[in-house]
Design a protein around this ligand. Structure first.
Ligand code: SF4
Length: 224
């Protein structure tokens, strides 16, 4: 059983993101990190670990102290990340007291398309965010920390086999899970009206990953 802490703030703006309040919201609904850690501490006997999610948890300035505290309780730590903050990831991984036990890397689109996910379109930031993602993925590969990759099948074939081809070099032999986009509270409300992709679309992406020698896993759990 795991507790989950959702951290506010993100450097990306995926239009389908369903954590709108965390990404662009204000202080409403947030609790102090000390309060959250107190909550975890009281339940440490029933928890096996804590997931640090978001938003993008690696943007949180005090993350090393948070991980240190959780590990001092004897709990494992998993990080959910978009992979575009490699310096922060390397920093926590380089210290045994803050090294996560597991990493889940979200792969959104082909790296060359990450400019579509930036808050402000800036031609200068396209190579930067793509390069950071490549750097982050390479680091995860070589980190010897157990990890997985996650990609959503999106409406209107927003992500295609071509994206999977471009993403494949970032992925090693670890599981690459494909799941379906779900509308509701999307960052771009226009996406709430979009048709949910069929299972076959996610299966096709997983199948493409398998063709490329990856461990693509469809939403049904079957391996392609
Ligand atoms: S889906 Fe993840 S990476 Fe994208 S905006 Fe939401 S929190 Fe950020």
């Amino acid at each position: 059983m795991a507790g989950v802490l959702f951290f506010p703030g993100c450097n990306l703006r995926c239009p389908w993101c369903h954590n709108r309040e965390l990404v662009v919201g204000g202080e409403d609904g947030l609790i102090d990190i000390e309060e959250a850690l107190g909550f975890i501490s009281k339940r440490k006997q029933v928890l096996g670990g804590v997931v640090l999610s978001g938003g993008e948890p690696l943007l949180f300035y005090g993350l090393p102290q948070v991980i240190r505290k959780i590990k001092s309780l004897g709990l494992a730590v998993k990080i959910d990340t978009n992979g575009t903050n490699p310096a922060a990831l390397e920093k926590i991984c380089s210290d045994a007291e803050t090294r996560p036990d597991y990493i889940a890397l979200d792969l959104k689109l082909a790296p060359s398309r990450y400019a579509e996910l930036l808050a402000e379109v800036n031609p200068q930031s396209t190579p930067t965010v793509s390069e950071k993602l490549l750097h982050g993925a390479e680091f995860i590969k070589s980190s010897q920390i157990p990890h997985e990759y996650r990609t959503l099948a999106l409406p209107n074939n927003f992500i295609t086999a071509k994206d999977i081809e471009e993403l494949a070099p970032l992925v090693d032999e670890s599981p690459w899970y494909f799941r379906l986009f779900r509308p509701g509270n999307c960052l771009d409300p226009g996406w709430d009206a979009m048709e949910v992709p069929g299972m076959e679309e996610a299966n096709a992406l997983a199948h493409k990953a398998k063709e490329l020698g990856k461990k693509g896993i469809s939403p049904t759990g079957g391996r392609y």
